[in-house]
Design a protein around this ligand. Structure first.
Ligand SMILES: Nc1nc2c(ncn2[C@@H]2O[C@H](COP(=O)(O)OP(=O)(O)OP(=O)(O)O)[C@@H](O)[C@H]2O)c(=O)[nH]1
Length: 618
């Protein structure tokens, strides 16, 4: 039978018995989006001609980077033995920065497809997501993907997967999202193995928000899974965490384009539109109920996303500040995790201190600001959040190193994470060395198979959030994978290192580091600045200091720069041109005390992008 013949029109899924809610969980790049696309195509939900790669990843950046940021839900019809079923597929983000969204998406399902690349095997996020799914009591369907690859080792990894979740290696389905092999069998298995949702249709409505997205035309579109009761158009709903109430302007399902429906009942997954304009009024994890007949209890607590990493964002051109402010206000409508407040830097002018879930989140926000709002931005070196208790017991939260209190400090606490690293055996030594050098404490080690090991460490967030993953990758020749989650805080010997130019402190370069790493930071930064700051007419000392103690020093020798020296002959227009050019260059200089520092030097010193550094050197 052809696949098309097995699909039926979207049924009005009022009977929970024919509903199956599932999600696909996988390590990044194991092929989740490709498989989701294939399912849409195979079930006729998306016509062949409309099919564009990664249909569900709607944002341009997502499509370009091939990553899923926002989860989406789609209703898929599928027939088994002549009976029509209604599958709701919830696509989840795969990156560690967005774990909270994954966990909410999982809570909206009864089952999960655990997708593993047949050429790679289990990776760190496979485990992390599997544990999340188990915490939510989901039925797991183990699947090996990419079996079309010549490098695929289905037998080996099926055994690994069966060993992990229990069961028989033969029960692991083999599929290829690319060619479509095994995908129909997978759809059948979803219907047969996953439980139908259960709930009380007569109880007051309770629906969990697992995603909310801002749409320019429609305002916030909230994706929900109904657990009890039902929701219908035009009624008033209430958000249980804030008690705010809204009118339901539209209610519907995505199949995959939004299709209005007459209501949503027990077990159904769909969207709500209330006309609110800000995703924070429709928070992921919150429970929606009827205003007239509210539920007594919400569906488990929701969590406000907590920023882990802060960075200053400054417009390259100071006059762009209002544009940056508007742009952040707009992005916030669609990103509940984004927080920011105005900040000024003596070196960089007016900007914002912005909190992010992680570095990927930072990169995405920065890229969207630059691309969608046409801004050129400088971001200062990212830092984590420190808690400082002063001797008078006052507690200060430090999100910007330049605000680190001076003197009278009783203790400084830094955020910690528990990290899981998966890699082939041969790299255990290298990984332990790396973690030790990052002040890690080993938690344990397990062998997943004879040649693959899982190593657990507790590490300071500041030590892993920046370059740790890149170094791990290079030390394990690309085979290591990492996952981490927040794990409290610890007291540590942390100090603020200041950078001084001719005795003047430059706020943008201050950093909080462990005392043992203060000296290397000082040497690195002073060395970098010596290269980047042009010579002045007097000698400029560059110092790194902890409080009043200087820990590193470089100096820029004096020079008197005669811009006309190269102008032989008496061509006055040429001379004038050079003088004009020099004046223009001066405009882009920042004065730090008496020292002229080109804007580019700031950017290059703060930036980790090699191309920016190269540009500044030129
Ligand atoms: N050969 C082969 N390649 C595949 C298959 N499925 C996915 N790929 C490729 O694997 C890469 C990652 O696939 P995606 O579908 O983007 O992976 P993903 O898991 O959705 O990634 P994230 O959204 O970033 O988590 C892409 O280059 C796909 O073309 C498959 O069955 N066979």
């Amino acid at each position: 039978m052809s696949p098309m013949a097995r699909t039926a029109p979207v049924p009005a899924a009022t009977d929970p018995a024919i509903i199956r809610n599932f999600c696909i969980i996988a390590h990044i790049d194991h092929g989740k989006s490709t498989l989701a696309d294939r399912m849409l195509q195979l079930t006729g939900v998306v016509e062949q001609r409309d099919m564009k790669a990664q249909y569900l990843d709607r944002m341009d950046i997502e499509r370009e980077r091939g990553i899923t940021i926002k989860s989406q839900a789609v209703r898929i019809p599928w027939e088994v033995d002549g009976e029509a079923f209604c599958l709701n597929m919830i696509d989840t983000p795969g990156h560690v920065d967005f774990t909270y969204e994954v966990s909410r998406s999982l809570a909206a399902c009864e089952g999960a497809i655990l997708l593993v690349d047949a050429a790679q095997g289990i990776e760190a996020q496979t485990l992390a997501n599997l544990y999340l799914a188990m915490e939510n009591n989901l039925t797991i369907i183990p699947v090996l993907n990419k079996i079309d690859l010549p490098a695929a080792q289905p037998e080996k990894y099926a055994a690994e997967l069966a060993g992990l979740i229990g069961g028989d290696p033969e029960d692991v389905l083999l599929v290829s999202g690319k060619t479509g092999v095994g995908v129909e069998a997978l759809l059948d298995k979803i219907v047969r193995d996953l439980p139908a949702p259960v709930g009380d249709p007569d109880a007051p409505a309770r629906a969990m928000i697992f995603d909310s997205v801002y749409d320019t035309y429609r305002g916030v579109v909230t994706y929900v899974r109904v657990v009890d009761g039902n929701l219908s158009p035009r009624e008033r709903i209430q958000m249980m965490s804030t008690r705010a109430s809204h009118e339901l302007l539209e209610i519907g399902v995505s199949s995959p384009e939004p299709t209005p429906s007459k209501g949503l009942g027990v077990g159904e997954v769909g969207y709500l539109i209330t006309g609110v304009k800000d995703v924070r009024q429709s928070k992921v994890g919150d429970t929606v109920t009827n205003l007239a007949k509210p539920a007594a209890e919400s569906l488990g607590g929701y969590q406000d996303p907590k920023p882990m990493v802060f960075s200053g964002l400054y417009p390259m051109d100071g006059t762009d500040y209002p544009i940056l402010r508007d742009a952040l206000d707009k992005l916030k409508l669609n990103d509940a995790a984004l927080i920011y407040e105005p900040e000024t830097s003596a070196a960089l002018g007016f900007g914002f201190r912005v909190g992010f879930l992680g570095l990927l989140h930072l990169e995405i926000v920065r890229e969207r600001l630059e691309r969608e709002f046409n801004l050129d931005l400088i971001s200062t070196a990212p830092n984590v959040v420190y808690e400082v208790t002063l001797e008078d017991k006052k507690v200060v939260t430090v999100t910007n190193p330049s605000e680190f209190p001076v003197g009278k400090i009783a203790e400084v606490r830094e955020p910690m994470v528990s990290a899981t690293i998966l890699a082939p055996n041969e790299f255990v030594g290298a990984i332990m060395e790396l973690c030790q050098s990052r002040r890690g404490i080993m938690g344990g080690m397990d062998y997943l198979s004879e040649d693959r090991v899982e190593i657990r460490y507790r590490l300071p967030l500041a030590e892993i959030v920046f370059d740790f993953f890149d170094i791990l990758k290079s030390k394990t020749r690309g085979y290591g994978s990492l996952d981490w989650k927040a794990d409290g805080e610890q007291v540590a010997d942390l100090v603020k290192v200041d950078i001084l130019l001719q005795g003047e402190q430059v706020d943008a370069f201050s950093a909080i580091t462990h005392r043992d790493k203060a000296y290397p930071y000082g040497v690195m930064m002073t060395g970098k600045l010596r290269e980047l700051i042009p010579r002045q007419q007097f000698e400029v000392p560059i110092q790194a200091a902890i409080g009043a103690r200087i820990i590193a020093r470089e100096s820029i020798r004096a020079i008197r720069k005669d811009v006309l020296a190269k102008c032989y002959g008496g061509d006055i227009t040429r001379k004038r041109k050079l003088l004009e050019k020099q004046k223009e260059g001066k405009k882009r200089m920042k004065m730090v005390g008496r020292v002229e520092v080109p804007q580019e030097a700031f950017i290059a010193a703060l930036s980790s992008d090699e191309h920016v550094k190269d540009k500044a050197k030129k």
